[in-house]
Design a protein around this ligand. Sequence first.
Ligand code: ADP
Ligand code: MG
Length: 588
Amino acid sequence: MTKEVSFIDLGLSEDILNALNDLGFSKPSPIQSECIPLLLEGNDVLGMAQTGSGKTAAFSIPFLMNIDASLKAPQLLVLAPTRELAMQVADACSEYSKYMKGIKVLALYGGQRYDVQLRALKQGPQIVVGTPGRLLDHLNRKTLDLSNLKGLVLDEADEMLRMGFIDDVESIMATIPENHQTALFSATMPAPIRRITKRFMHNPKEVQIKGTNQTAPDIDQSYWLVRGMRKNEAIVRFLEAEDFDAAIIFVRTKSATLDVAEVLEKHGYSCAALNGDMTQQLREQTLDRLRNGRLDILIATDVAARGLDVERISLVINYDITLDSESYVHRIGRTGRAGRAGRAILFVDSRERRLLKNIEHTIKKPIPEVGLPSKELLEKRRLAKFTEQVQKQLESSDLDQYQNLLAKIQADSGAGLETIATALLKLAQGERPLILPPDPVFKPSRDTRDRDNRSGERRLRGDNRETPKRRERRDVGDMDMYRIELGKENGVEVRHIVGAIANEADISSRYIGNIKLYDTYSTVELPKGMPKDMLKHFEKVRVLNQPMKMSLVNGTMSESKRNRKGSKSDTSDKGFAKKRGRPSAPKF
Ligand code: ADP
Ligand code: MG
């Protein structure tokens, strides 16, 4: 058991204490009270803790304590899996060091121009936060000098592994000078991460923070079984029934981010899509708009929203269920930030109940079912809102002017005041009628489910594997093999393929099986039973700006396939059709 400590007990400098005070951090979180002393003492640290536990401050504060502000050279290097996370860590470091004179923080990530980055590097930042690929580029070009490095941090190491960056990470670690302290943070410890800790860390002290109720944010979860109404009608009801500050809605594909955004826009919500197709700049702008309240709802894919930390988010709606339980936990972790309460609603199609079971198994508690917000509830809320507006008008100062108009209407119509008021009430309800049509009768008929399936959701079926720990390889029995018409000669690497598939289908890369590169083509294993429309989509997806033309290969089929030259084949389509009806059993 850790004893209660304060930031002062940890011996932090006045500057840092003031910054933490400004941020409203009253006491260190468990991972902070354990890691900060260990790092201050000069140990390597291996930290395991879930998202939202406060890891950023746990590593950056002790390293900040040791930074020489007069030395204009990188002294702390942080590797983060995505641009968003790199920027978040960089922002946090700037916050914590805001009273320290002469400290510069720089984020380096792919997609940003080199000349911009080179200019920033010339300014001599002491803290550099970056994504592995771009950092490696800079090291290879000798534009990043790490000879003064004191600290190296791998943040979200398992995520970097998952995204295929682990080789880059190892190359970076092998390149930089020996004598520095290393901290590695990871929610899980798969073998390749263990290997890194063995190879590159010296006698690391392990800190493991179990997700207790104390640290886990307070998130109220429930699920709705999709029936009686389509998801994009239901979502409008759920949003209207919830009191939320800002919300994030998770969908599985990029096109769904746009579809749902369109629906919500029509209903008057200030919302925006967040997906991997958007430029980095646009994504940043979108996040800023959410932070400062100009947007209230984001509709995002997992990839685009990874690690997002926006305090305002108090509601997460899982419009499409995740294929893996771990992603679900990550998603709902976008709410309940900084100890606030949060709410999470999960839409579960009747064929997805097994995925729900897997999630409940992972979070070790059942998720209660909720019904669709009823007509009565919505009417009540609308009336309450309307009454509030009426009340406001009753208190307004220029009401008198309208009294004459009322007298005129009364004279012209010959109706009583009460009748006129009622007519005005009917007139004034606007977009959201105060009286709603009766609710549909909920009968989980096959019809509604099928209709719903056709309405733009692509899903991979039959993937219920729950244990996320052994994610490197799946049983081949669970997988189908696909062929991609790009190979080594096209300059394609495994990580490019993983990236394209993970981003396009929002399949966590742990669900991507073996990838083999040949000269002119490659093969990749994906979960069995990919829907036809998804494969169709993959035919067009580009890797290194070339279409990958993915097609199904079935052992003996591969030869004839090659002769057909990647043309869309009836045979493979039939293959899917057969498989779709046969979801594989869940595995616990
Ligand atoms: P992790 O990296 O473990 O997911 P973060 O470092 O991003 O977590 O922190 C999660 C949130 O908690 C951030 O909004 C951060 O500002 C806040 N936070 C971190 N430490 C504290 C603390 N000691 N007290 C209050 N809030 C904190
Ligand atoms: Mg973090």
